[in-house]
Ligand binder design. Structure first.
Ligand SMILES: Nc1ncnc2c1ncn2[C@@H]1O[C@H](COP(=O)(O)OP(=O)(O)OP(=O)(O)O)[C@@H](O)[C@H]1O
Length: 326
């Protein structure tokens, strides 16, 4: 049920009270108290019984809740991946449950099955992919209508390549998306997304930059900011954001702050250690599930320092400088 606070902000709320012949309840007053102090004379003028007001209000709140549910789907408390078989047919023998706000890293050599694992989740595999894995939502097999729903997706995927084919400015592109999501303050959310994307992108861009002119890093930054603010998908899959010209750590944090479930295939040690747990892949199967230890986390500072030094060298090379001292 939406709270009364949410209700007040809802564009239909005023229409509802107007339809009863009433103004919106004053801020801070509960709807029950508001209805309670309507005089018998007013009720007579309006032609309603006092109890009817409450009933109509309950029906209206239920309608809002069902509209909300249609748009976002029921809340997700967890996703569980049950192991299947590796490329040789050997059982993986693991089950992993991940909650909102958690990050799971996916590591392993090239060709070991990381992308396949993400694809299984995107597809909500039910033993019907080569890996025979199964994916549960809130501990149960997802409803087939959810699995294949186009209206809202359980899973948003951020991949290495972003290609825009439309001739729109960044602002028009994001505003179009916000409108399709029926958000109330399209201009406000558009500004927020562009600002967030610029925090993530190595190079700044403006709201008027055409999307087709964005660099790879800028478009990924825009997609991450857009996913964190506008996507209703509770699960975000990331296939390698290293070398993407964006602040990788901040990008992941942006998603965690929005309570997304983040599963991220990566070869980047800093990103891998950002995960609460990491899945180690070999020969198409999960070989180990390792919880990141406090000692590993403590090493992050050292890795970040190394990373910053390498980035400085990379930038110096790009700028045509000589690398004769380190
Ligand atoms: N358990 C499995 N059973 C059968 N085939 C599998 C299995 N796991 C992965 N594969 C297949 O193996 C190939 C390589 O896997 P994948 O592309 O997922 O590797 P990767 O770890 O993402 O590699 P890279 O790091 O190079 O992107 C793919 O064709 C994939 O479909």
């Amino acid at each position: 049920m939406p709270s009364e606070e949410l209700l007040r902000k809802h564009p239909y709320a005023e229409d509802f009270f107007t339809s009863l012949g009433l103004a919106l309840p004053p801020p801070g007053e509960s709807v029950g108290a508001y209805f309670g102090r309507i005089t018998a004379d007013t009720l007579e003028d309006l032609g309603v019984e006092r109890h009817e007001l409450g009933e109509r209000f309950d029906a209206f709140m239920a309608l809002l809740a069902s509209l909300q549910e249609k748009r976002t789907g029921p809340a997700i408390d967890s996703i569980t991946i049950q192991g299947g078989v590796d490329k040789s047919g050997a059982a993986e023998g693991f089950a992993l449950t991940v909650a909102p706000g958690e990050v799971v890293s996916i590591v392993g050599p090239t060709g070991s099955g990381k992308s396949r694992f993400l694809a299984d989740i995107e597809w909500m595999a039910q033993g019907d992919t080569p890996t025979k894995r199964r994916v549960l939502i809130n501990g149960a097999v997802p409803d087939p209508s959810r699995r294949f729903s186009l209206e809202y997706k359980l899973v948003a995927q951020l991949s290495q390549n972003m290609n825009f084919v439309m001739d729109l400015s960044v602002e028009e592109f994001i505003a179009m998306h916000a409108e399709s999501r029926m958000v109330n303050d399209v201009a406000g959310i558009t500004r927020t997304i562009i600002a967030k994307a610029n925090e993530l992108a190595g190079e700044q861009f403006s709201s008027q930059t055409p999307v087709t002119a964005l660099s790879g890093g800028q478009s990924r930054a825009l997609m991450i900011a857009d996913t964190s603010c506008l996507s209703t998908s509770p699960i975000v899959l990331i296939d390698e954001i290293e070398n993407a010209g964006i602040d990788r750590k901040r990008a992941v944090r942006t998603l965690v702050d929005e309570r997304k479930i983040v599963l991220m295939a990566t070869h980047d040690p800093i990103l891998a250690l950002m995960g609460d747990r990491r899945l180690v892949f070999k020969n198409g199967g999960v070989r180990a599930v390792i919880a990141t230890t406090p000692a590993e986390r403590a090493n992050m500072a050292a890795f970040e320092e190394m990373d910053a030094r390498l980035t400085a060298v990379r930038n110096a090379l790009r700028n045509g400088e000589q690398i004769d001292h380190i």
